[in-house]
Design a protein around this ligand. Structure first.
Ligand SMILES: Cc1ncc(COP(=O)(O)O)c(C=O)c1O
Length: 399
């Protein structure tokens, strides 16, 4: 049932949140909920982070927007900070993950045209998620996202994820390829962590073929997996990387980062965005970086992630309803043996907000700012709910 006058695009839980703080959300009835996925990896510093709130309110009083027809000091500061963290050379600011990926896709096509490839193609992966605009939903490897929106955009070639040989086979048969676009860990695709040699292998193929390696770090970036970009754990330097989600901790800002030849592809008029990189968003994103650095949040993500994984393994591993427990930093997954969408409502009644992806993967994306005690508490609540659900499920009649 659509809520008038909103278009009917979301199935929503029956709850209205009024404010949030850290890992807690409070509804209009005064009930509090433990948020295990921070607005789908957006509020990496927790809800209503004081440093970000202060930066936004201060900047709102000074200047919110002036357009990209002028220089913007905050944009340059933010771009420099991000380049220093990632060893990239240049930044295009967007307002979302899909827009950051659109910029990457356009950049790759332009790169191809500059090499006289009239019909450039980008390799994308099965089960990938890159956004909901036409090009990014085409790049997305999920028919449910695409169905009903045909004709899709041309110029994408699909390969299975974590399969270097499949990419090699495309290299042998398709001379139009100019880039590979891939998530270092597939988020919507079920927190699928590839083999350690996958990204380095893609890097080698891209170098050999003169393709751009474009990493969608919209969900994995901003320190969530324990390094600023997840690829830094494999020592892989992309040509293009995109970030969004946690970049502004809730203020909508994304970025497409480019390096080397890729950073020289665009020229004035190639691409643009009215709102992209406005002073308000840049102030928010700078405050996020300040907090990540001052509070050593990338280290905390690594430490807390290990701590939670151990706790989950200790209490859940071996149970007949558990398929797998995995994660990197604070991008964690508990995969059950069968679909578990009812778990979301059960957890909500118990004051816990859970996210399920790929039907049976409980995806946990808690804030990097948790204390050890908070992380233990959150893990214990998740364990409690899963056990409760498993016990309930056993009693449920099967048809
Ligand atoms: C890896 C990845 N890329 C892109 C997107 C799209 O980002 P947005 O919803 O901000 O457009 C998402 C969103 O879930 C994502 O997880």
């Amino acid at each position: 049932m659509a809520e008038q006058p909103l278009l009917n695009t979301y199935g929503r839980l029956p709850v209205v949140f009024e404010h949030g703080r850290g890992m807690w959300l409070y509804d209009t009835e005064g009930q509090r909920y433990l948020d295990t996925f921070t607005g789908i990896a957006v509020c990496g510093l927790g809800h209503s982070h004081p440093g970000v709130a202060h930066a936004i309110s201060q900047q709102a009083e000074r200047l919110t927007h002036c357009s990209n027809l002028f220089h913007c000091k905050l944009q340059q500061q933010l771009a420099q900070r991000v380049c220093d963290l990632t060893d990239m050379d240049g930044v295009f600011f967007a307002n979302s993950g899909a827009e950051a990926n659109e910029a990457a896709i356009k950049l790759a096509r332009h790169y191809g045209h500059q090499r006289n490839i009239a019909s450039p193609a980008i390799i994308v992966m099965e089960n990938a998620f890159h956004g909901r605009t036409l090009a990014t939903l085409t790049a997305t490897g999920n028919r449910r996202v695409q169905a009903g929106f045909e004709p899709l955009v041309s110029g994408f070639v699909r390969a299975p994820f974590n399969d270097l040989e499949a990419v090699e086979a495309i290299a042998r048969s398709n001379s139009n390829v100019v880039a590979v676009l891939v998530e270092p860990i597939q988020g919507e695709g079920g927190v699928d962590i590839p083999d350690d040699d996958y990204l380095p292998g893609l890097r080698r193929i891209c170098d050999r073929e003169d393709w751009l390696l474009m990493l969608d770090e919209v969900q994995t970036g901003n320190g969530r997996t324990g390094t600023y970009l997840a690829c830094q754990q494999q020592g892989v330097q992309p040509d293009v990387a995109t970030v969004a989600k946690g970049f502004g901790n809730g203020y909508p800002i994304g970025a497409c980062l480019a390096r080397g030849a890729a950073a020289k592809v665009f020229s004035p008029g190639s691409h643009g965005s009215t709102f992209g990189g406005n002073p308000l968003g840049c102030a928010a994103a700078i405050a996020v970086l300040d907090a990540i650095e001052q509070d050593a949040l990338m280290d905390r993500a690594r430490i807390l992630g290990e701590r939670m994984l151990n706790r989950f393994r200790e209490h859940l591993m071996g149970a007949d309803y558990i398929e797998d427990i995995r994660g990197q930093g604070l991008m964690l997954a508990i995969e059950l043996t069968h679909p578990c969408s009812e778990l979301v409502l059960l957890a909500k009644v118990q004051g816990l907000l859970l996210n399920i992806t790929r039907e049976r993967v409980i995806r946990l994306l808690p804030p990097l700012t948790m204390t050890d005690d908070e992380a233990d508490y959150l893990a214990d609540q998740v364990i409690r709910i899963i056990k409760l659900y498993a016990a309930d499920d056993r009693d449920r009649p099967r048809n």
